[in-house]
Design a binder for this molecule. Structure first.
Ligand SMILES: *[C@@H]1O[C@H](CO)[C@@H](O)[C@H](O)[C@H]1NC(C)=O
Ligand SMILES: *[C@@H]1O[C@H](CO)[C@@H](O)[C@H](O)[C@H]1NC(C)=O
Ligand SMILES: *[C@@H]1O[C@H](CO)[C@@H](O)[C@H](O)[C@H]1NC(C)=O
Ligand SMILES: *[C@@H]1O[C@H](CO)[C@@H](O)[C@H](O)[C@H]1NC(C)=O
Length: 357
């Protein structure tokens, strides 16, 4: 299970409709094409949802299959994200169109289990929207990378499990999280669409922390402020992007910060000690809790990148979904960090789909 993130977000930041334009030029929503900020809006009931039946998705892992794990309520499956701007239309996900347009391409999700959450959502969305005869899938696993190839279209959808994006190096004296190197980057070359994420593991401490020291430049620390370290790693990753990405070949997205719900005080319900028993979203467009420091740090670090990187700014819309987590209907422990599938990551993918095509 991921570590809890207790703070939350109010900061509204605008994002471009076109992934071809650099993030740093998106300073206000009025500058967006058509005045549309896909990430500002609210959740509305839509009985045509969910987009797939989890029991017929062959890829879905137990961890996210809340219905199969006995979750009794179903309303959480019935919400659609509605951006606010006039003329701000979010196209419904059309798997056949997606497969046709992305024939022969590769999409890679790189990050921790929140990336796996989004990757499995995308696989289920594609699978459910094409007829049986047309979705033969070849699965290949190489080290930390799992690739599902929709063979009739040659579309590869990969998950690269990578907790920090920067390196953990084994030294004589221990494991060192090196904030300055991105050796894994050689695995990301020549991919058409890259979707990165890291954050939840930056606050790990104790036995589950997979490093002993943090290296920043020539200095090695026993520990340091983890949000600061995260910001430095994103800058390093951004340098990798600037040095290696060919913009007319590869589009780069950053998944943003996926929030957790462990403290009801954040959403005005001081009796709730977790997301347990939450059955409906907040139907407002802003979240009452405090802003998320990691998101501010992420946005500032992304501004140092010269090549185009699109932030998939899913924090606010996900904060509103205190009902979207597995709670006890995941792997058995109280999980208010990951998301049920079908569920919230389907919307992240609808946004990605709209920004990609
Ligand atoms: C999902 O599929 C299963 C197995 O085919 C079926 O029993 C169930 O009724 C379906 N659920 C919905 C909501 O359609
Ligand atoms: C599946 O992928 C593996 C690894 O890339 C390849 O060796 C194999 O030929 C593929 N099988 C099919 C049926 O495409
Ligand atoms: C990508 O851009 C480079 C440099 O501008 C150019 O040489 C190359 O032909 C372009 N490739 C494609 C596929 O458009
Ligand atoms: C929940 O958040 C409130 C307000 O930030 C804080 O006072 C309280 O200590 C938190 N509760 C827990 C269990 O962390």
């Amino acid at each position: 299970m991921e570590l809890r993130v207790t703070t939350s977000l109010i900061l509204i930041f605008s994002i471009l409709l076109s992934p071809l334009m650099a993030l740093k030029s998106s300073s206000s929503s009025s500058s967006l094409s058509g005045g549309c900020d896909l990430f500002q809006g609210n959740w509305v009931l839509d009985y045509s949802y969910p987009l797939y039946n989890e029991s017929t998705c062959p890829f879905l892992e137990k961890e996210f299959n809340c219905v199969n794990n006995g979750r009794p309520d179903r309303f959480y499956l019935k919400y659609r994200w509605q951006p606010h701007g006039a003329g701000c239309r979010l196209s419904r996900f059309d798997g056949r169109n997606f497969l046709e347009k992305l024939r022969g391409k590769t999409i890679m999700f790189v990050g921790d289990s929140l990336s796996r959450n989004q990757w499995l959502s995308m696989l289920c969305m594609i699978h459910s929207s094409v007829p049986k005869a047309n979705h033969a899938v070849n699965i290949s696993v190489i080290q930390d990378m799992t690739t599902y190839t929709f063979t009739d279209y040659g579309l590869k959808v990969t998950y690269h499990h990578n907790l920090y994006l920067v390196d953990i190096v084994k030294k004589r004296y221990g494991r060192v999280l090196n904030l300055d190197t991105v050796t894994a980057g050689k695995m990301w070359l020549d991919v058409d669409y890259l979707v990165f994420n890291t954050w939840h593991w930056w606050n790990r401490r104790g036995a589950s922390q997979p490093f002993d020291y943090i290296q920043d430049g020539t200095r090695i620390y026993k520990d340091m402020d983890r949000t600061v370290a995260f910001g430095k790693a994103i800058v390093t990753w951004g340098r990798w992007v600037d040095q290696n990405i060919v913009p007319n070949k590869t589009k780069v997205f950053f998944q943003g910060i996926s929030p957790s719900h462990y403290n009801g005080t954040d959403w005005g319900d001081s009796k709730s000690k977790s997301c347990s028993g939450q059955k409906i979203p907040l139907l407002t467009s802003t979240y009452p809790g405090a802003s998320l420091p990691a998101l501010t740090v992420l946005k500032n670090s992304l501004k140092t990148i010269k090549k185009p990187v699109t932030l998939l700014d899913i924090t606010t819309l996900s904060l509103l979904r205190k009902d979207g987590h597995p709670s006890a209907y995941g792997l058995g422990v109280m999980d208010c960090s990951h998301w049920c599938l079908a569920g919230v990551p389907d919307t992240w993918n609808i946004l990605l789909y709209n920004l990609m095509l």
